[in-house]
Write a protein that binds this ligand. Structure first.
Ligand code: GLV
Ligand code: MN
Ligand code: MN
Ligand code: MN
Length: 425
């Protein structure tokens, strides 16, 4: 792979080992029952076992000093030669329900591989290098996504989540976090001191098809989209499905159906290729074939590179809500769950990733991320950057999610090289 300016002749990453580690991590949460996808949602048995696997790998195989913070973020540290702030490589090991093998997992396996290459060479960087797996990156039934990175960035406080419970089981977030090794009452202690971090780098699958459709092996991320999420609760009236005449009904699901379509129209009319909106979760109560649905709760999200895009969609949706409330005699309650601004990646980290790709002779593309990532929060306290690997067919958050080993190996080499470049600054 050549000689870095520090004079260290570092070989590229070991792609067989990367493939093997991806397989090892894929043992946790694979479910034939749900179409062959993975589920390592925060707090599940599979998620806890994946943590154990990572902890052992970092501690026993790589010899890193491993610790868990109060947000249950798992950290591994390789000391540096000098008293400098750390270069951090991270991602997440949880998944969406029936998700794929690479979202989050790839970033951790490549971060691990990069550090292992340094360990094998007996090469210590000037800066300490830290690997991190952030807790609960994905949305979960506790309604708190990117829990770990928000706590690390100091933008999630104990008060925000003190009362959070699993919407189906009623288990408290406090108990779930404790089972993972965290401590909700001391969540504030997970906050990082910005002076202790030099930069944050995350490698991830693109999850869209911009790289794949251009045959581009690498993507360097410039910005991460903003995400707005809210719960919409539609209260109608449960009643007998046989005896309640059509004119007498206050059917919450029919009202919700109008809201779903009205929301889609609001997003489409909101305009802009990079503004998208989804209603991906619906709970119907009581959810029985012979009861007129009395209550429906749905979760909607809007993603937009700027606040005005989100605001425009929400204004159009407000009108739709008023129309549906009046037309169907239902009440609609709305609770904001997330209002996360878009973030910018750091020019110096972007530059290091671009230089790494160029030195490797690999073409790359600069692009924004339309998926959310822990890097969005890390960008608020340090210099952050992301490297994308093409997703075959642009598929993600589904079992078919895939990336090619040849692209993964290139990303591993670029990540290692970018780390060395940042270390030389
Ligand atoms: C995270 O996976 C997201 O929803 O973008
Ligand atoms: Mn995801
Ligand atoms: Mn992810
Ligand atoms: Mn994500």
């Amino acid at each position: 792979m050549g000689t870095s300016a520090a004079g260290f002749d570092v070989q590229g990453v070991n792609s067989e080992r990367i493939a093997q580690r991806l397989e090892e991590l894929a043992r946790f949460g694979r479910s034939e029952a749900s179409g062959g996808g993975w589920f390592r949602g925060f707090g599940t048995e599979a998620e806890l076992r994946a943590r154990e696997w990572l902890r052992d790998l970092w501690h026993k195989v790589l010899g890193l000093e491993v610790r868990m913070d109060t947000a249950a973020n798992l950290w591994g540290t390789m000391p540096g030669r000098e008293a400098l702030p750390a270069l951090v490589l991270g991602s997440h090991h949880d998944t969406v329900p029936n998700g794929g093998q690479f979202d989050g997992a790839l970033g951790l396996v490549l971060a691990t591989e990069v550090v292992q290459r340094l360990v094998e060479e007996g090469y210590r960087l000037r800066h300490p290098v830290q690997v991190v797996s952030f807790t609960a990156e994905e949305p979960n039934p506790f309604q708190v996504s990117t829990l770990g990175s928000r706590a690390a960035a100091g933008v999630l406080r104990v008060e925000d989540v003190r009362k959070a419970v699993h919407i189906r089981t009623g288990v408290s977030l406090r108990d779930a976090l404790q089972a993972a090794g965290g401590d909700l009452d001391r969540l504030d202690r997970a906050r990082l001191d910005p002076a202790g971090v030099s930069a944050y780098l995350e490698c991830h699958i693109e999850q869209g098809k911009r790289l794949w459709s251009r045959g581009m092996p690498l993507g360097v991320v410039t910005a991460i989209t903003g995400i707005y999420r809210e719960e919409v609760v539609v209260e109608g009236e449960a009643n007998h499905a046989g005896t309640t005449l059509m004119a007498d009904r206050r059917d919450a699901l029919c009202a919700a159906a109008e809201l779903v379509l009205g929301f889609e129209e609001a997003v489409v009319r909101g305009g802009g290729e990079e503004i998208v909106g989804t209603i991906g979760q619906l709970e119907v109560r009581p959810n029985a074939p012979n009861i007129v649905p009395g209550c429906v709760s749905l979760i909607l999200e809007v993603r937009s590179p700027d606040r005005e895009g989100t605001a425009k969609v929400l204004r159009a949706f407000d009108e739709c809500v008023r129309r549906v409330e009046a037309g169907r005699r239902v009440q609609v309650r709305r609770v904001r769950l997330l209002d996360q601004e878009a973030s910018w990646m750091d020019p110096a980290v972007i530059g290091a990733l671009e230089r790494a790709a160029a030195e490797l002779g690999e073409p790359y593309m600069l692009l924004s991320s339309m998926a959310g990532h822990d890097a969005t929060h890390m960008a608020r306290i340090t210099r952050a950057g992301m490297l994308f690997v093409p997703s075959v067919g642009g598929k993600s958050h589904c079992p078919e999610e895939e990336s090619r080993m040849e692209d993964i190996a290139k990303a591993g080499d670029a990540l290692l090289r970018a780390l060395l470049i940042l270390d030389e600054e």
